[in-house]
Design a protein around this ligand. Structure first.
Ligand code: FES
Length: 569
């Protein structure tokens, strides 16, 4: 029989009975009775941090989880792991996601835990929690922080962070005054919780629910709503039941579950970052997701969520419209209903209840009446991106989806910052802006720099095609081609583009081509030797030695499932 509770994973002193005696003595120093210490232990992984505004409400949530665990007969023990607050990290949170995932995996497997409740929310935290839990193999359930409520300015609703970007772009174009920007700053993020739109955080919360790792309805309850505390309490109870059933992440997050999640991602018009995160989580379980999987997931799946940045509403509206359970009902005929969930029931069981479409709401649309007829996210291939690139078609300008243009190249983020507003920059609205060396290795850390500002001298122009090996915030919008793989810094063709080259973008045909003669490209390749030296020490050295490209999920090679090692691209 498997060891449970405190007797699990003993500290090594060469005497197991002494180890348990010592552990119980020390546990008793925290005031627990023998009866409490005999219960199964449910670890509560708390990502609260004062440097993570989105997680401000986590202390209350964790207390509610504890109530639930006690009610179901478990012993709840909370512990901290790394917290990643998106705007508070340099150079970018993506560089730290894998570090957090390692922290989660190691602490889940080093401590005497029988199951875990994973509490997080801000962009990288749910992916890191899921990656760590997938590798740890412990029964686990996800609890999200929940989205913020909206603020308002002069009668207009505002929510982080689509409106942050819209405001800033208007300010740069000279359409919004400094005084207005100062006032709007107070209204963009007005409560605890994650960004108020379908950015990466809410996308990943919805996908955690779609994967089966979260209790139904949990993705979109606002952070400050009483229902979120009840949901947290129920998550605590369910963690104990999950343990009793022995349901592990591997049994829940199957290939079919990931394919369901990709379909849900399309219908949400969700964040491009989710593709990287899903690929990384799947990679921990030996499941390889390819750009083709994304395109297949989009077949027959239009955009159904009218939520920013693809639509017009906010996450609180999505919640009031019924949240993910309503979306799943809309997609029922397109999903594999045999997948298991943390409830112990299959997705089909959960969706079997008679369902009446709430036709009083417009935020979640039925398949027959979509917000946008075509799939939201599209992968592109071509000689500029042999291993793929991504565009969020639902947030792009339709007239730019098939175009040819002259490249205006920035060789790095520093070059971009130095020249984008230069009045002498040779650029027209029809040009294609190219940013090199902003990928996983190049930046490093693959920052959300793909949605970069338009040249100031083109005041009035609201969108241009932008191509990079960087990522883009889930809250951003525009005709932005991202995740070009392989990236420029490891010798990808993106690094061979020169000012004045012609680039062809054809989203309908999934093509991204650099229209330069093959011999010329070879000559450039010979001349353009990519040489990088590793830092002498520290995390950056580990990162740069082990980081994989975007199409492999930007995970460390040694953390992927053994069946996917070594690099099998
Ligand atoms: Fe945390 Fe947007 S900054 S979710």
């Amino acid at each position: 029989m498997k060891t449970r509770g405190l007797a699990n994973r003993l500290t090594q002193y060469g005497d197991r009975e002494f180890s348990l005696f010592l552990r119980r003595s020390f546990a008793k120093s925290m005031g627990y009775s023998g009866e409490a210490l005999d219960k199964p232990i449910i670890g509560i992984v708390n990502t609260y941090s004062e440097l993570n505004n989105c997680h401000r409400g986590l202390k209350d949530l964790v207390e509610a989880v504890k109530r639930g665990v006690w009610q179901a007969g478990g012993l709840p023990l909370e512990f901290p792991v790394i917290s990643l607050g998106e705007p508070f990290l340099s150079p970018t949170s993506m560089m730290l996601r894998n570090l957090m995932a390692m922290d989660v995996e190691v602490m889940l497997t080093a401590q005497p835990l029988d199951a875990a409740v994973l509490v997080g929310g801000c962009d990288k935290t749910l992916p890191a929690l899921l990656m760590g839990a997938a590798s740890a193999g412990l029964p686990a359930i996800v609890l999200a922080a929940g989205p913020m409520l909206t603020g308002s300015y002069r009668g207009e609703r505002l929510g982080a962070c689509t409106d942050c970007r819209r405001t800033w772009a208007g300010y740069r174009r000279g359409e919004i005054a400094q005084e207005a920007v100062d006032e709007i700053e107070n209204q963009l993020a007005v409560t605890a919780g994650t960004c108020a739109v379908m950015g990466t955080a809410s996308t990943m919360a919805c996908l955690s629910e779609a994967l089966g790792m979260m209790l139904p309805g949990g993705a979109s309850v606002p952070a400050v709503h009483a229902e979120r505390l009840r949901h947290a309490e129920e998550s605590g109870r369910q963690a104990v039941r999950l343990l009793e059933r022995g349901l592990t992440p591997e049994q829940i997050m199957t290939r079919s579950a990931f394919e369901n999640a990709l379909r849900v991602l399309q219908a949400l018009g969700g964040s491009t970052n989710a593709i990287i995160h899903l690929t990384a989580i799947a990679g921990r379980l030996g499941i390889r997701l390819d750009p083709e999987d994304l395109d297949e997931s989009g077949e027959g799946i239009p955009v159904l969520a009218d939520v920013k940045p693809s639509g017009s509403a906010y996450m609180e509206d999505f919640y009031r419209a019924g949240g993910l359970p309503v979306m799943l009902q809309a997609l029922k005929g397109k999903l594999d209903l045999s997948t298991m969930t943390v409830t112990g029931q299959t997705l089909g069981d959960l969706l079997a209840e008679p369902f009446e479409w709430p036709d009083w709401q417009q935020v979640i649309r039925p398949l027959e009446r979509p917000l946008k007829r075509e799939s939201a996210l599209v992968s592109l291939r071509g000689n500029l991106a042999p291993d793929g690139a991504i565009i969020k078609r639902s947030a792009a300008s339709p007239h730019l989806l098939q175009t040819r243009g002259r490249a205006v190249v920035f060789t790095s983020l520093e070059d971009l910052a130095a020249r984008i507003d230069d009045p002498a920059l040779d650029v027209t609205p029809q040009d294609i802006l190219v940013l090199q060396n902003a990928g996983p290795v190049g930046a490093p850390g693959m920052p959300e720099a793909g949605y970069f500002p338009l040249p100031k001298k083109l005041a009035g122009v609201k969108d241009m095609v932008r191509i990079s090996d960087a990522r883009m915030s889930g809250t951003a919008f525009g005709t932005v081609i991202l995740h070009v793989s392989p990236e420029a810094a490891v010798g990808g063709p993106l690094g061979l583009v020169r000012d004045g080259d012609t680039i062809e973008v054809d989203v309908a045909r999934r093509r991204l081509e650099l229209l330069v003669d093959g011999d010329e490209l070879e000559a450039r390749r010979t001349e353009h030797r990519v040489e990088r030296s590793l830092p002498a020490r520290g995390y950056e050295r580990l990162y740069l030695r082990s980081i994989q490209q975007a199409h492999l999920g930007v995970d460390f090679d040694f953390l992927r499932h053994s069946s996917l090692q070594p690099n099998d691209e």
